[in-house]
Design a protein around this ligand. Structure first.
Ligand code: MSP
Length: 516
């Protein structure tokens, strides 16, 4: 048998200075939906997430908590593992940058850069924002009313002066531009493309890649007074996890270059400029694609610690339900754009798309079958044009959504599936199977069969976004576990007339506001 096509998808690794909020859950959710989709589509998937534990920002948070960086990171990293569990993320690995495998990998990458003359010793004097773990040029800064200098991200900067190794980023501008041109799928979405290209065209300065004023990091090989710059350390996690420094390891050969690094727009530059430059400079292949998604606000406001309005994933899940939150985040806004969370829009999706549209379709069909077809998958007769039309739109869905998922258009994928849900609901109304019970029971059975097949297709395709709820729906159709992949779509896994069905139960309850 031919080897399954592979798919390697990564989330950013999260800083452990903070409790996870919905922004963190969002990036990983997008990767989870992709990983699940690709697995169901027969691909061999490696889905990576983890925590970014070195650097000044984490060291400061540890000190503020009165803990050693080691104890602090052990504790906070756990919150991100728990988040993954609570959100039903299906990551295959969870990497921590404090692991031994990662230290080896970073040091080897450094050696290769050094050997190739890409790194030299100098000294840095300039501005640094601990919050972003980023260097800024004077011209990028603005002056706050309190006299402090502020980076474009809003982070305060401080003056830093220390011996430092530099990476010759200035030499990589033209090569990066050529790489973007030769690989048009690399920068995504399109809106980020121009931004990144004009940043590179404006000229790149050499990048300081080591620090000496603290030691919470990976020591620079042969010069232990320096620790590696936390972004060089952090980005390297993507190759560590598949076996680097052994770039002959089967897992490295299989999975590198990654198919997709998913990131937020705030860290686009690190992934779209620095990372491919580091890799090319070390003689390694850059990833195939980086997608920088937008940011969520809460009821129109930026989420922040000081405002105390960060949306907490566990609380949202407790209030609205896990799959409801997962659906909302991927359906509400065109993926790539910024989005605003509001209670109103959340309830609107829950009661509209989920309870009224999909939930109602499944519930109507299953309870009619339960009452009128002896609790069994009905035996269809000959199909009419209307039957064939609905079945063929259900059968055609996979071909429609595959290219949409390949470009991370989750909202369009769900929209296309809900189109069929809408067709299904209209078909029920037109065919009025309840009225056929007395006049033409054989026709009723055909109509209910067509509908059950439609629900089966929708449920299989929605699994990546709402795994629990769709498992329940497929249970109610008595679809065996091994017939829930995309190979069971179309005629691959048609429902078998006569199969006994369990008693149907609603999958998507309506949300009723307490105040209402
Ligand atoms: N540690 C770095 C990443 C290193 S990757 C080699 C980092 N960590 S982070 O914890 O600050 O952020 C991780 C991700 O969360 C980013 O992709 C960021 O965009 C995302 N989000 C943080 N707040 C967000 C929103 N309000 N909305 C959407 N995503 C947001 O950066």
């Amino acid at each position: 048998m031919a080897e399954a096509e592979r798919y390697y998808v990564t989330t950013p690794i999260y800083y452990v200075n903070d409790a996870p909020h919905i922004g963190h859950a969002y990036t990983t959710l997008a990767c989870d939906a992709l990983a699940r989709f690709m697995r169901l589509d027969g691909r061999s998937v490696h889905f990576l997430t983890g925590t970014d534990e070195h650097g000044q920002k984490v060291a400061k948070s540890a000190a503020a908590a009165g803990m050693s960086p080691k104890d602090f990171t052990d504790k906070v990293s756990q919150n991100f593992r728990e988040l993954a569990k609570a959100m039903n993320f299906s990551n295959d690995d969870f990497i921590r940058t404090t692991e031994e495998r990662h230290k080896k990998s970073c040091q080897e990458l450094w050696r290769r850069l050094k050997e190739r003359g890409e790194v030299y010793l100098g000294s840095y004097a300039g501005w640094y924002a601990v919050r972003d773990e980023a260097y800024y040029g004077e011209e990028e800064l603005t002056l706050a009313p309190n006299g402090k200098r502020i980076a474009p991200s809003g982070a305060e900067v401080e003056w830093v002066e220390e011996p430092s190794y530099f990476f010759k980023l200035s030499q990589w501008g033209d090569k990066l531009l050529k790489f973007y041109e030769d690989n048009p799928q690399f920068l995504a979405p399109e809106s980020r493309r121009n931004e990144i290209i004009s940043f590179v065209k404006s000229g790149l300065r050499d990048l300081s890649v080591s620090r000496t004023t603290f030691n919470w990091g990976v020591p620079v090989p042969d010069d232990p007074d320096h620790v590696m710059y936390v972004w060089l350390d952090a980005l390297t996690n993507y190759i560590t996890a598949v076996g680097f420094p052994d770039d002959n390891a089967p897992s490295y050969r299989k999975f590198w270059p990654a198919d997709l690094h998913m990131v937020g727009k705030d860290i686009a530059r690190f992934h779209m400029v620095y990372w491919p430059a580091f890799l090319m400079a070390a003689g390694l292949e850059p990833p195939r694609r980086v997608f920088a998604h937008g940011w969520w606000t809460n009821e129109g406001q930026k989420m922040s610690k000081s405002l105390g309005n960060a949306l907490e994933p566990h609380a949202m899940v407790a209030k609205y339900g896990l799959d409801q939150v997962r659906y909302f985040l991927l359906r509400e806004i065109p993926f790539g754009n910024d989005g605003d969370f509001s209670h109103r829009s959340m309830v609107h999706r829950m009661n509209g798309d989920l309870a009224n549209d999909l939930g109602n379709l499944a519930q109507r069909v299953l309870s009619m079958i339960n009452k009128n077809c002896g609790e069994q998958v009905p035996q269809p007769g000959a199909f009419t044009d209307a039957d064939k039309k609905l079945l063929s739109s259900a059968h055609g869905l996979l071909a429609k959504v595959r290219p949409l998922m390949a470009e991370q258009a989750f909202h369009r994928t769900l929209e296309a599936i809900w189109q069929v849900v809408g067709d299904g609901n209209r078909y029920v109304d037109e065919q009025a199977p309840w009225a056929l019970k007395k006049t033409d029971p054989a026709r009723m059975a055909t109509v209910l069969y067509v509908l059950a097949e439609t629900v089966r297709h929708v449920a299989i395709l929605v699994q990546p976004v709402m795994p629990h709820s769709m498992a329940k729906m497929l249970d109610q159709l008595a679809v065996p576990d091994d017939a829930r992949t995309f190979s069971a779509l179309g005629d691959g896994g048609t429902l078998k007339p006569g199969t006994k069905l369990p008693k149907p139960e609603g999958v998507f309850p309506r949300y009723v506001d307490e105040a209402a």
